[in-house]
Design a binder for this molecule. Sequence first.
Ligand code: UN1
Length: 512
Amino acid sequence: MNSETRTLLNRLGLPQRLTGLAVGCEWHPASGSPLAVRSPIDGAELAVIGTARPEDVAQASAAAHEAFLAWRMVPAPVRGEFVRRLGMALREHKEDLAALVTLEAGKIVAESLGEVQEMIDICDFAVGLSRQLEGRTMPSERPAHRLMEQWHPLGPVGVITAFNFPVAVWAWNAALAWVCGDTVVWKPSEKTPLCALACQAIVNGVVGSLPGCPAALSSVVIGGRDVGQALAAAVRLPLISATGSVPMGRAVGQAVAARLGRSLLELGGNNGMIVTPSADLELATRAITFAAAGTCGQRCTTLRRLIVHNSRADELLTRLKKVYERLAIGDPRQSETLVGPLIDEAAWQAMQAALAEATAAGGRVIGGDRVTQGVPAGGVYVRPALVEIVPGAPIVQRETFAPILYVMRYEALEEAIRIHNDVPQGLSSAIITTDVREAESFMAADGSDCGLANVNIGTSGAEIGGAFGGEKETGGGRESGSDSWRAYMRRQTNTINFGSDLPLAQGIRFDP
Ligand code: UN1
């Protein structure tokens, strides 16, 4: 490990001997096979850490269960105080944590800072929520009876996250889980374990600052597929929240369903945008560029399909080509860079394969080549691709986690919406229009079939205040804002008789 990385990890509170198993505030030796962590910036080895074994999941979930038994009895606003302190600690460590996100996930600094800001925002949201975990009271059909609902803590939550949001997605889950009275066991992506260990170190500091806080509010198990499977199968974890690919989600969802557990899935997106005749093309160009090329096309909300009205397609493509030509591609640590590296060589293979398939299907590819000049050696840098193609091409149905934007044309809005919805995924969507009828039609019951539908902004960059997630193969889960917290609690319906008679519901008479 070079001294710069070591200093960064020291400032973030990581121990000298890194290990892939943290149970509460204790770092345990991890005896699974060692994992070499590499930076996508230049392929340099950042660290080698021992990984957890599937058996370690039992230890972590048992500790999380013990901690839950205590935590569930702590008043929710006091639990909110814990999350408030975490938000303060994240503010303190914002630059360092963002630097680590850039180092390990290859995001440009502005986006890494944005990701840590998203963590701070969800903490603030959760603090307010800690006084609002409200249930309803309904009128009872019986005299002198009260009918009401309470929301109680659910149990330890297993959280599985992907490399592309190595800290924020965990925070969406953890901040809500904690105010809801749950504890958390986290399996991060093997590509970004240091980010997870840094979050754990920050949490440990906050746990230590608050008397009465059980140590095992948070645990981390670094490992591969087998560790993920152990998490999905762990009966001690009543809820598994998983973000990642559709095949991963399918495996996790089935394992959790087999034990009749609850899962919250946020899987692949194949997000589309419709640009209508009345669109402001200047705004459209900016929205498209951030959504399609930003994060090097590696957000689940990345724009992958552009459906443009025939009358505006040529003009929009001309604008896009111009902007794409001057996109600064390179070292994500440099402030002028807008597009950093792909996560690894496998992502480049997948990108090339998708572009080859698009070409074979008659698509016209612009860009999409590998960039080797003016970028750090050892990283995978690419020029984002624009691909003019027909909507029926099979490649358009699939999510390729790389900056490829398929451009298609349409004539009538109904046709555009049909093309838009004709994919297996249903996460995010957008329309660019100045026509209120088109905007409303896009958001109507027969409009976009996605969990997120935007007007005059891109498909990515959602705020934490709304419920985040999507339909169809995206998995149906909702995380972060609105009433997503309900997934982390159990609902209890209470019927209370405060009279001295015993009337039965539905007017049943039963008088022995
Ligand atoms: C993801 O890519 O897994 O909307 C999450 C966005 C972010 C979250 C993306 N707030 O782009």
